[in-house]
Write a protein that binds this ligand. Structure first.
Ligand SMILES: NC(=O)c1ccc[n+]([C@@H]2O[C@H](COP(=O)([O-])OP(=O)(O)OC[C@H]3O[C@@H](n4cnc5c(N)ncnc54)[C@H](O)[C@@H]3O)[C@@H](O)[C@H]2O)c1
Length: 233
């Protein structure tokens, strides 16, 4: 049985990725700091791990949950992430550090700890963001997601040909994260999307499933924008 590990999988994009991967025959390990990960995992017959990826003990729990599955992971999806938006003058140092700590530092640490456990021919898919191209009010987030692109490309080089490593850069996707965006800002963003709608978590899940599959066997070190055509607008 193929095993996939998805972080930030209690809800939103991460949960949809996990649900989509069950259709490809994966057994899922769902990681989240939110205790609701238990119910989310139960709904798709997956293994929950309530853990903070930024905490070394949390990562030890993740490794031990993976070891108790029968077999090694084939796919790691680094999806856990947070925002703490503010304009540059209002960005506090703690919020700058926190976002980079979780989105980039913890993602790097978890990946470096798990990479050797992924089976030969396996894959890593990182969830970056279209914001890596730059976003006013998201300096911390844009920098962290740009870092995820650097991580993706570096890992693709260091682990080729054993593993493939790619990233998806979602645009504006309807989840709890974007529900927090003020309505007038949300309307402005949506009006600039060529496909004229917010993305759905399943739009991202399909891209992740493809990059993780053998159909993408010759794709590594790449960033796939999944943003309704808005990549540079
Ligand atoms: N929603 C969007 O428009 C959008 C756009 C681009 C990129 N993304 C990225 O997609 C990913 C998922 O976003 P979402 O919209 O589903 O967000 P969300 O807030 O709905 O879900 C994120 C999940 O990550 C978990 N998480 C946060 N910190 C964690 C930690 N330290 N350890 C373990 N779990 C942790 C949260 O508890 C939550 O369940 C994030 O990396 C986000 O940056 C989202």
């Amino acid at each position: 049985m193929k095993i996939a590990v998805v972080t930030g999988a209690a809800r939103g994009i991460g949960f949809e990725i996990a649900r989509r991967l069950t259709k490809d025959g994966y057994r899922l390990v769902l990681v989240d700091v939110d205790p609701r990960v238990g119910d989310s995992a139960a709904s798709i017959d997956a293994t929950p791990v309530k853990a903070d990826i930024a905490d070394p003990e949390g990562r030890a729990q993740i490794r031990s949950a993976i070891r108790s599955e029968e077999g090694q992971p084939t796919l790691l999806v680094n999806n856990a992430g947070i925002t703490r938006d503010a304009l540059i003058g209002d960005m506090t140092e703690p919020n700058f550090r926190l976002v980079n700590r979780i989105n980039l530092g913890a993602t790097f640490e978890l990946t470096s700890e798990l990479a050797d456990e992924i089976v030969d021919g396996g894959a890593v898919v990182n969830i970056s963001s279209r914001a890596y191209l730059g976003n006013v009010g998201q300096f911390n987030y844009a920098i962290s997601k740009g870092g995820v692109v650097g991580l993706t490309r570096s890992l693709a080089l260091s682990h080729a040909p054993r593993l493939r490593v790619n990233a998806v850069a979602p645009g504006f996707i309807a989840t709890d994260m974007t529900d927090a965006v003020p309505a007038r800002v949300r309307d402005r963003i949506i009006s600039r999307i060529p496909l004229q709608r917010p993305g759905r978590p399943i739009d991202i899940a399909e891209a992740v499933a493809w990059l993780g599959s053998d159909q993408a066997a010759y794709v590594t070190g790449q960033v796939l924008p999944c943003c309704g055509g808005r990549s540079h607008g």
